[in-house]
Design a protein around this ligand. Structure first.
Ligand code: ADP
Ligand code: MG
Length: 680
């Protein structure tokens, strides 16, 4: 058996069990072997019964000296009580509802028990310990893995099938380049697989984990570097006459904030120079990033090049399209929109105008990276809410020009270490200020009993001609999660606010419908929008003054901050109500942070403190492939190591053509998907 075989070749795995494992993406023996324990139990030490301490978890070996089961036919829920003894003493073992075990234990026989020791009326006991007989000693003692259990499996079953996989399949050969293995003393695959599951010693777990983390991060780094190569190299870029930006700035109805001016200055310096711009612009929600992009686009077009701006949703792309049309109209700059839901004929027209250079600026969604999108002379690539896109998508867009300037904008603060992984050597600008007219959104943490009053307040805001959002974590009812759904809230509010236009928006609606609702909302045709988090990104409706978040404990802190940023965009005082449904302390603490803090960067730090780095800077959020065991924040030292190794590999073998890199190549393909531009 080899590890690429399907799991049905294992004893005890029939079609039904295989199906259950498939739900956890386990199809092959290798997938199973990569299903790592979440922790280990230390059963290396046997405790003498006289040494047992209440509160401790212990392994004992004892002979059954008495057993009693008081159940009878009509009373099956009675406990089974055993007494187990060794040379030093005896202890009581209790199984509640012990009926099913009453024939398992035989007096006089020896068993191992593993579990927590408690005290009852001055006597020690173990309630529901794990037990096994002496024949299974070698498997059940030592350092024993504990798995996150797939549905329908017990710990013992998991241990058994994994042990079987380890024993009966041939372990893969070392595939990491020899030099790397040598210099870093990386454990070989067979050792790593065996010891991550059934470690001989504790430190073997660490060695095994290091191998898997290193191999995953090496695959990631080599893949990223491969994709990035060519675009990231310092090379002659396009030169833009950025002083023209002053004309556009002068045409705006407001003056730039200090933060905006500073960032524009940094961008202008990049544009003027010979080297391609590669800049990340971070700025809190509402700090006015769009206008910075507009100035850069304006100067690019005036220097005779085209510009493109990619947004993560159609709603946002359309909003940018409208903004740019409004602001560029008077300068004769021609702006077009390209989205996935456009009709083919319409699309054809846009693409033709683009390739001849008749269009100056193209705004769109992922549709922009399709191969049929060809520019006449692309000089600037802007990506909005960057963290929503994959690294690959960004590079595919840049490749449509000849080393265009690139600018990525995000409201998510990214720690320096992570930025280096994501963007290579990227320059970072931060907009530290908010437009002066803006008043902080008054934010309240509320209980569910306050709901009625909150909606009364929403009513008064609507009556004053303003608009409101109510955001829920769920679309429809769910039996798994207890939370108010958008549909439920919508039905309720439609009745409550009969004199207003109330609409529902959620992610599974047709794109056209979502667009229609969003544009009706921004034109003021809808007063109250009940929605799921689809409104999260970038929507700018200045007349909206109330944001209500239902079941706010289900949202991330940073996400709540983003949602709150949908209001308070005009000069009216705005309000945000966080309804904490579940009374946990953490939920209340999180809500409180938002009521006190309006700075996205600070909120992100708090989020980091409360949730730990893995979750927030989760790879998916940043468009990186999903990691299995490696964590780019927590394992940043391994990452750095992997980066150096990846660089050595690609320096020696830029196309990954050497036979010793074949497996690495395969793993990169698997991690990044087939589309990766690996002509190999
Ligand atoms: P974000 O950084 O969240 O993308 P936007 O670019 O959407 O923010 O800007 C939010 C709103 O603030 C827009 O309506 C924009 O016109 C306005 N705005 C931007 N800069 C200024 C400024 N300097 N003074 C006043 N309003 C501004
Ligand atoms: Mg924005």
């Amino acid at each position: 058996m080899i590890i690429t075989d399907e799991i049905t070749c294992l004893k005890g795995i029939g079609p039904k069990k295989a199906e259950r494992l498939a739900a956890y993406d386990i199809f092959t023996v290798e997938d199973l072997l990569r299903y790592f324990p979440k922790r280990y139990q230390d059963r290396t030490m046997m405790t003498r019964i006289s040494d047992l301490q209440p509160g401790a978890t212990a392994l004992i070996r004892g002979r059954i000296t008495s057993r009693s089961y008081s159940g009878y036919r009509y009373k099956r829920r009675a406990p089974l009580t055993l007494k187990a003894a060794d040379d030093t003493g005896s202890v009581k073992i209790v199984f509640f509802n012990g009926n099913y075990l009453k024939n398992t234990f035989k007096t006089g026989q020896e068993y191992f028990f593993y579990g927590k020791v408690t005290e009852n009326r001055g006597r020690f006991q173990m309630v529901h310990p794990e037990f096994f007989n002496t024949a299974n000693q070698s498997e059940m003692t030592g350092i024993v893995p504990v798995y996150p259990l797939p549905e329908g499996f017990s710990q013992n079953e998991m241990r058994k099938i994994i042990r079987q996989s380890l024993e009966s399949s041939e372990m893969p050969d070392e595939w990491l380049p020899e030099q790397i293995v040598q210099s870093r003393r990386v454990a070989d695959p067979g050792f790593a697989f065996r010891n991550i599951h059934f470690p001989g010693e504790k430190r073997h777990v660490l060695m095994a984990r290091y191998r898997f983390i290193f191999e995953e991060l090496l695959t990631l780094e080599t893949g990223l570097m491969y994709i990035r190569r060519g675009t990231a190299e310092e090379a002659a870029g396009i030169r833009i006459e950025s002083s023209a930006g002053e004309d556009f700035i002068g045409s705006l109805p407001f003056t730039l904030t200090d933060g905006q001016s500073k960032v524009w200055y940094e961008i202008a310096e990049d544009l003027k120079s010979d080297v391609s711009m590669n800049r990340l612009v971070q700025g809190d929600v509402g700090s006015g990033k769009t206008v910075i992009a507009e100035i850069a686009i304006y100067t690019t077009v005036l220097s005779g090049y085209q510009a493109v701006m990619m947004a993560p949703t159609e709603i946002l792309a359309e909003q940018h399209y409208e903004t740019l049309n409004r602001d560029f109209g008077k300068f004769g700059i021609r702006v077009s929109l390209l989205t996935g839901s456009m009709k083919p004929a319409e699309k054809r027209g846009v693409l033709d105008a683009l390739s001849t250079g008749a269009t100056d600026v193209l705004i769109g969604t992922h549709a922009l990276i399709q191969p049929d999108v060809r520019f006449h002379d692309l000089g600037l690539v802007v990506t909005d809410e960057q963290h929503r896109f994959g690294v690959r998508q960004r590079h595919l867009l840049s490749e449509k020009g000849n080393r265009p300037n690139t600018m990525v904008m995000t409201a998510t603060p990214i720690p320096r270490t992570l930025a280096v992984v994501l963007y290579g050597e990227l320059d970072i600008s931060v907009i530290h200020t908010l437009p002066a007219e803006r008043k902080p959104v008054r934010t309240f943490s509320q209980r569910k009993k306050d709901r009625g009053r909150i909606y009364d307040f929403v009513g008064t805001q609507l009556a004053a001609g303003h608009q409101a959002f109510v955001v829920t974590p769920l679309i429809g009812e769910s039996d798994k999660i207890e939370a108010r759904s958008a549909e439920e809230v919508y039905d309720e509010l439609k009745k409550r606010f009969r004199e207003f236009q109330v609409a529902l928006l959620h992610g599974v609606m047709k794109q056209e419908e979502k667009n229609r609702i969003m544009s009706d909302f921004s034109q003021g045709k809808i007063d109250l929008l009940v929605s799921t988090v689809v409104v999260e990104v970038g929507i700018d409706v200045r007349n909206a003054t109330v944001m209500v978040l239902e079941n706010c404990e289900r949202f991330g802190l940073a996400q709540m901050h983003q949602l709150r940023g949908r209001v308070g965009r005009g000069s009216n005082q705005s309000y945000c109500f966080l309804i904490v449904e579940n009374e946990s302390e953490l939920a209340a603490e999180r809500a409180k942070i938002l009521t006190e803090c309006h700075d996205g960067f600070q909120i992100a730090e708090e989020d980091l403190r409360l949730r730990g780095p893995g979750e927030i800077f989760g790879t998916r959020q940043h468009g990186l492939p999903e990691m299995h065991i490696g964590d780019i924040v927590r394992h940043h030292d391994v990452l750095e190591d992997a980066r150096l190794a990846a660089r050595d590999i690609l320096n020696a073998d830029p196309d990954l053509a050497f036979p010793e890199h074949a497996e690495l190549k395969k793993k990169i393909r698997k991690m990044f998907g087939e589309n990766i531009r690996l002509e190999i």
